[in-house]
Design a protein around this ligand. Structure first.
Ligand SMILES: NC(=O)C1=CN([C@@H]2O[C@H](COP(=O)(O)OP(=O)(O)OC[C@H]3O[C@@H](n4cnc5c(N)ncnc54)[C@H](OP(=O)(O)O)[C@@H]3O)[C@@H](O)[C@H]2O)C=CC1
Ligand SMILES: O=CC(=O)O
Length: 289
C-alpha cells in the first residue's frame, strides 16, 4: 500500500525513514520542501502539496508541530480536505488537544474518509529505532489497517476508543514528564549548590526507586550544557499548556504542572524553545544566591 507522510521534522523524518526501509512505498510532503530530499534518496516520492499526497495515497500519516499546523494542513488551500474521500484514511500522529483532533475527525468523516488520532510516546531515538508507543483512538477499522505501519514505527500500539482519548493520554503522559524534568533540574542544581557532585546524584538516582530512562539518558548531557534537541522545549511547553487546559476542563488542580509550565515559558521567552526540553535546567541554574 502507498503511504503518504506529511511532516518531516525530528519525528516525521525518522518514522518515514523506517517505513521506507521496511518496504512501504512512501510519498512525502513537508512545508519546507527541501527536507524531502533525504527521503527521496532512500526511495520516497514527493507530493507538492498535502492534497497531492492524499490524491495519490489511500493511507496518509501526519506528524506536525502543534494544533495550528495540523489544522492548516487539513483545512488550508491545497490541504488534506480537498482530496480526502471514501476509501482513504488519515492518521494524525502529532500531539494536539482533543478539540483539534475532533475538529479534524469531523471534517474528514464528513467527506467520507476515515480518521485516527495516534500520538506517540517516545522521542527522537525511539522514533529512529522503531520503538515508539502509539496511542490511537477513532476509527477502529483504520487502526486495524494501519497495524503493519504502526508495527514498523513502534514497539506497542494501544487502541483507546473514541476520538480524544489518544490526545488526552498523550497530554497526561507529557504533563508528568514535564513536571519530572523540572524536579530533576532543581535536584541537579540543589546538589551542586549544596556542595555535592551532581554526577554522584545521577549514579544514586539510577540505582534507586525513581531510576528512569529520561534521567539516565539526559542527565550527563545536561550537566555539560548539551541540550541538542530530541524533544524541542517549545513542544513540551505546548503539551503542558494543553494538559493544563484539560485540567481546567475537568476541575483538576495541578499546581506542580502549572509551576513546570511557567519554567518552560520562561525558557521559551529566553530563546531556548528550539533546544531540547532539558534546557529548562539552564533556567533553574540561573538563580543566584
Ligand atoms: N521530538 C519528540 O521527542 C517528540 C515529539 N512529539 C510530537 O510530535 C510532533 C512533531 O514533533 P517534532 O518532529 O519533534 O517537531 P519538529 O519541530 O522537528 O517538526 C515539526 C514539523 O511540523 C511542520 N510544521 C510546523 N508548522 C507548520 C505549518 N504551519 N504548516 C505546515 N507544517 C508545519 C514542520 O515543517 P518545517 O520543516 O517546514 O518547519 C515540521 O515538519 C509534535 O506535535 C510533538 O509534540 C511526540 C513525541 C516525541
Ligand atoms: O513527547 C515527547 C516524548 O518524549 O514522548
Amino acid at each position: 500500500m502507498e503511504v503518504g507522510f506529511l511532516g518531516l521534522g525530528i519525528m516525521g523524518k525518522a518514522m518515514a525513514t523506517n517505513l521506507i526501509k521496511s518496504g512501504f512505498k512512501v510519498t512525502v510532503w513537508n512545508r519546507t520542501l527541501s527536507k524531502c530530499n533525504e527521503l527521496v534518496e532512500l526511495g520516497a516520492s514527493i507530493g507538492e502539496t498535502p492534497a497531492a499526497v492524499v490524491k495519490k495515497c489511500k493511507l496518509i500519516i501526519a506528524m506536525l508541530s502543534d494544533p495550528a499546523a495540523t489544522l492548516l494542513v487539513v483545512f488550508d488551500k491545497d490541504g488534506v480536505l480537498e482530496e480526502i474521500c471514501s476509501g482513504k484514511g488519515y492518521i494524525d500522529m502529532s500531539t494536539v488537544d482533543p478539540e483539534t483532533s475532533t475538529k479534524i475527525s469531523q471534517a474528514i468523516t464528513a467527506k467520507g474518509g476515515s480518521f485516527l488520532e495516534a500520538p506517540v510516546s517516545g522521542s527522537k531515538q525511539p522514533a529512529e529505532a522503531g520503538q515508539l508507543v502509539i496511542l490511537a483512538a477513532g476509527h477502529k477499522a483504520l487502526y486495524d489497517l494501519a497495524i503493519p505501519a504502526f508495527d514498523v514505527m513502534g514497539k506497542k500500539s494501544f487502541f483507546l476508543g473514541e476520538i480524544g482519548n489518544g490526545a488526552k493520554m498523550k497530554l497526561v503522559v507529557n504533563m508528568i514528564m514535564g513536571s519530572m524534568m523540572n524536579a530533576f533540574s532543581e535536584g541537579l542544581v540543589l546538589a551542586e549548590r549544596s556542595g555535592l557532585n551532581p554526577s554522584n546524584l545521577l549514579d544514586v538516582l539510577d540505582l534507586g526507586g525513581i531510576a528512569n530512562p529520561m534521567f539516565r539518558g539526559k542527565g550527563p548531557g545536561m550537566l555539560k550544557g548539551n541540550h541538542s534537541p530530541a524533544f524541542p522545549l517549545k513542544h513540551q511547553q505546548k503539551d503542558m499548556r494543553l494538559a493544563l487546559a484539560l485540567g481546567d476542563e475537568n476541575a483538576v488542580s495541578m499546581p506542580v504542572a502549572a509551576a513546570a509550565n511557567e519554567a518552560f515559558k520562561k525558557a521559551r521567552s529566553m530563546g531556548l524553545g528550539d533546544l531540547d526540553f532539558s534546557a529548562v535546567y539552564e533556567i533553574v541554574k540561573m538563580q543566584k544566591d
